[in-house]
Design a protein around this ligand. Structure first.
Ligand SMILES: *Cc1c(COP(=O)(O)O)cnc(C)c1O
Length: 352
């Protein structure tokens, strides 16, 4: 029996996607060749790349709105640097909302290229809430935020209203809910939380914000080069891109982000209801800022830890230990997580 996989990332993918992906590794498109042993310039793979990019823009409702989708490498961590390289002018300033470990890392990288102003931070309380009071400096070129804080279990429910460029790290909640994605000028996300295997990073960027910094940009870091080469400036990570395409097709079949949002709300509701009604557990994140993707909670009575840990292991649950910087537990319940697995966890919590 497959385990109930609550891992934070890399993490659960739809079973039917894994099935199709493994078939393609052996025999892709009935070519009698593996997906991972054919040229990325072959018609069969070029079609995968085009279809994947097309699905991204379709699911985000950004088609024909001046955006490009890119499948790059280096993870969200390289985007922390690529973003300022591409949109922060020489001598310019970027404004950041610091909501956790990943925001902090993005701040550090942007600081290598220009001035960074942290306009709000929830560091004082170990990032258990989303700060909502801030002033965006008039001399900032862009505002950077992190839509979902994977480690702390908080999620932004609304985004800054600003005439500056708006940049968002959506690594851990992209394609999980309906948003007006056109409010963002640049979105990036490592694939391995809600889209595919590790090894590719999705970037969705508004074309007309590029080419304005006055910087010399190394080719591999230059979005305009990747756009002009259709994400094939160098050999793309063919397997992660293919699996991402399959996951996006799966998502489209469920009714896209609108369809999955309903399912995600229901799934998260089941778990948060148990955390709130069971006196043995307590949620970590501020209630109004709770994430529908990463549910963080602790035991109210630490002496029950050993028993609880053996009970969930016994039930076939995997990956719910909290991040070391938070402790307790973190149930990551991404798009592909079945409701039944959440019910198994809730049943264990009830039985404790
Ligand atoms: C996982 C994660 C990252 C880091 O992604 P890599 O692909 O490992 O570089 C960045 N931001 C957020 C919000 C994440 O969840």
């Amino acid at each position: 029996m497959k385990k109930h996989n609550f891992s934070a990332g890399p993490c659960i993918l739809p079973q039917e996607v894994l099935q199709k992906a493994s078939e393609a590794v052996l025999n892709f498109n009935n070519l009698n060749l593996s997906l991972i042993e054919i040229s990325h310039r072959s018609a069969d793979f070029v079609e995968v790349m085009e279809h994947a990019k097309d699905l991204v823009l379709e699911l985000l409702d950004l088609k024909d709105k001046g955006y490009s989708a890119l499948f790059l490498q280096g993870g969200a961590s390289l985007e922390f640097l690529m973003v300022p390289y591409n949109i922060l002018p020489e001598g310019g300033k970027a404004a950041f909302i610091n909501t956790g470990t990943w925001s902090s890392k993005a701040i550090k990288e942007a600081g290598l290229l220009g001035e960074v102003e942290v306009i709000a931070s929830s560091k004082d309380t170990n990032f258990n809430y989303i700060p909502k009071d801030y002033t965006i400096p008039s001399d900032a070129t862009y505002v950077h935020c992190t839509s979902n804080n994977t480690i702390f279990g908080t999620q932004m429910k609304s985004f800054p209203k600003t005439d500056k460029l708006l940049v968002c790290d959506m690594s851990s909640d992209i394609f999980s809910r309906k948003l007006d994605f056109s409010q963002f000028d640049l979105i990036y996300a490592g694939a391995q939380k809600n889209m595919g295997p590790a090894g590719t990073t999705l970037v969705v960027v508004k074309d007309d914000i590029l080419g304005k910094t006055g910087r010399k940009i190394p080719s591999m870091l230059d979005y305009q080069i990747h756009i002009s080469k259709e994400s094939m400036f160098n050999t793309p990570p063919v397997f992660p891109v293919y699996v991402s395409m399959l996951t996006l097709e799966w998502l489209k079949g469920l009714g896209g982000v609108e369809g999955i949002e309903k399912i995600n709300d229901e799934k998260a509701g089941i778990l948060y209801d148990e955390i709130d009604s069971n006196p043995l557990f307590k949620g970590v994140a501020n209630k109004e800022d709770r994430s529908n993707m990463n549910v963080t909670f602790v035991l109210t009575d630490e002496s029950k830890k050993e028993k609880f840990d053996s009970m969930w292991k016994e039930a076939g649950i995997s990956g719910i230990n909290g991040h070391r910087s938070v402790g307790g537990y973190r149930a990551s319940i991404y798009n592909a997580m079945p409701k039944e697995s959440i019910q198994v966890l809730v049943d264990v919590m009830k039985a404790l």
